[in-house]
Design a protein around this ligand. Structure first.
Ligand code: GRF
Length: 187
């Protein structure tokens, strides 16, 4: 499966996906990294892994439609079949949704529908829940609302700080995303 990974920041989930591919655990090829922040660390990772990246600044475009049209063109040129959102901090618009409906997934650090949106880990920590987790879901027009594919629970321990909770959730993400993608791509 030829995929594109969309990310805005650190890119640790991109790293887990490429590592799984290199280890022969995921039958996929990352044809493009798409990044809406010119200085994001994921771009360094892509470079180190010799994966092509397209980075852009939304403010240089008149509209979301305009930059999504450009992204779509790049995806098509590279025959990208599937989009993996991995910390892409932006709602996907109709241009990409229509082209890749049912072929785009996202990972979110909570048990949706609890704690959608930004800083789900901080939200869960402040709510003092005993259990949170990770959700992988298809992408629709809403914020973290699409059909759920897989969920894993992560406990919040009494002595957790926000940081230790984040570490536990991210370890879960890094194991879970490649495994769930591998299953999806078998179908
Ligand atoms: C992850 O926690 C993911 O669930 C959320 O954004 C974070 C991205 O982290 N959507 P990274 O850039 O993959 O390290």
């Amino acid at each position: 499966k030829k995929i594109a990974v969309f990310a805005s920041g650190n890119g640790s989930n991109f790293q887990s996906v490429i590592d799984a591919i290199k280890a022969g655990k995921l039958a996929a090829e990352i044809g493009l990294v798409v990044c809406d922040k010119e200085e994001a660390f994921v771009l360094e990772r892509a470079k180190a892994e010799q994966v092509e990246a397209f980075s852009f600044s939304p403010k240089n475009y008149p509209s979301k439609e305009a930059f999504e049209m450009e992204i779509l063109e790049k995806l098509r040129e590279r025959d990208i079949e599937f989009i993996v959102l991995a910390g892409y901090m932006r709602l996907i618009g109709p241009t990409l949704l229509q082209a890749y409906s049912h072929r785009m997934v996202n990972i979110h650090p909570s048990l949706l529908p609890a704690f959608p949106g930004k800083d789900a880990i901080g939200q869960a920590f402040q709510a003092r829940v005993k259990l949170t987790g990770v959700t992988i879901h298809y992408v629709d027009e809403g914020m973290d609302t699409g059909p759920i594919i897989a969920q894993r629970a992560v406990p919040v321990l009494d002595d957790d700080t926000r940081e230790t909770l984040q570490t536990r959730i991210q370890e879960t993400e890094h194991e879970m995303y490649p495994a769930v993608l591998a299953e999806l791509f078998q179908k």
